[in-house]
Design a protein around this ligand. Structure first.
Ligand SMILES: [Zn+2]
Length: 59
């Protein structure tokens, strides 16, 4: 995994599940770029929070 902004390879990735969705979080330790992705592609933090709210509302 290479950072899309600075091209450094020092990217941390974390996979997690919110509700029924698989999410991946990437953070570049060099330029501090933070990115969320789902199987559909990149998503904003707002979308992630919406998913979390929806998932919690169901339980
Ligand atoms: Zn970077």
């Amino acid at each position: 995994m290479v950072c899309p902004r600075c091209s450094h390879r020092s990217v941390i990735s974390i996979s997690l599940k919110i509700g029924e969705r698989d999410l991946s979080f990437f953070r570049c330790t060099y330029c501090d770029l933070q990115t969320w992705r789902t199987e559909d592609g990149s998503v904003s933090l707002d979308s992630v929070l919406d998913l979390a709210r929806t998932a919690m509302a169901k339980t």
